[in-house]
Design a protein around this ligand. Sequence first.
Ligand SMILES: O=C(O)Cc1cc(O)ccc1O
Ligand SMILES: [Fe+2]
Length: 402
Amino acid sequence: MSSPPRTLAVQEPYPKDSWFYRILPSVRHKPYTTVDNGNLTETWDEMHPDPNQLRWLPFTILKSSEKKVDFVTGLHTICGAGDTKTRNGISIHMFTCNTSMIDRCFNNSDGDFLIVPQQGKILVTTEFGKMMVEPKEICVIQQGMRFSVDVFGDTRGYVLEVYGAHFELPDLGPIGANGLANPRDFLTPVAWYEDREVANGYTVINKYQGKLFSSQQDFSPFNVVAWHGNYTPYKYHLSNFMVMNCVAFDHADPSIFTVLTAKSTRPGVAIADFVIFPPRWGVADHTFRPPYYHRNCMSEFMGLIEGHYEAKEEGFQPGGGSLHSMMTPHGPDGACFEKNSTAPLKPERVAEGTMAFMFESSFSMAVTKWGLETCQKLDKSYYKCWEPLRKHFDPNWRPSKQ
Ligand SMILES: O=C(O)Cc1cc(O)ccc1O
Ligand SMILES: [Fe+2]
């Protein structure tokens, strides 16, 4: 990684571009041919829409003795909306893999990947250099950038793909200059190259209009000797997030925890926000501190890197996921409600040893056949976690004198 860190990719205004000084141009390759898409899809009408609260148990990582799976063959689309051709949309994928990409790289012509490793670190070799990305770090590989992923065992993570926009830091508004994710903590690789001829053929996999294509060339694409520019991959450690929250009463919307946002053309409405729920202090008085019960105009996909999410201590597990769709009611489970309705409101550490996150989108997302059926991880009893909720309304209740 570069030292001192460079921060160009995440904060520089448009235009964004980079210049490569490379040993051979990328254009010297055999024609692209179609390859199997596996469980990667951009077809949003495979299934009937389902507005229910959905929750998935941890997604299976196949053992390499059963089947060798690398980052690309291990991509499974769970949900999404929009269109790569008209350049407006989002996909959410799980990746589960057990094998490094050997003489194979990937590039996404459709959009940007925000990659959230959950189990196992990944070594991402890009045309710009190398990045080791561990759980609780994230990296962004932008449209068109070639990369290859090495793994070190059973590996799992989440991918937020956006087409038509790039991720950027959210506007800080009245927060001012410092806070949330700070530009200095985004790290960009330094140039790394190999001048390697590959007699048996090097495979470049290209995702184009939602479909995978393969082309052969006889040299490594990681042949960039030097580069400059502001269109780069980058990584960020979530422990650097400067958490802001309510310090008096009431519950701040989770947008206060936005790490990165991909803005749409509608002011204030994101294609997708990447939001985290890091360890922090809970200090709000006269307040039910866990998330409120709500319906809202966004689709909320949540994942868990480690630990327990405060609104659901049980059931929502690391490596699993949940989707609360547009206007679908959701909130803390019965156990969380009971515990936090009576707990004394002293300052308390929240989410210690935990890192949950949300991909929140203004798109109404379709769930794929893989997500609803093939993965076999859908928790059909999820709705039961709210069944213990009882009414507590007492028209004679008065606040105690303070
Ligand atoms: O649904 C969720 O658990 C995410 C969430 C958290 C929160 O603190 C407030 C609103 C919200 O959607
Ligand atoms: Fe929510």
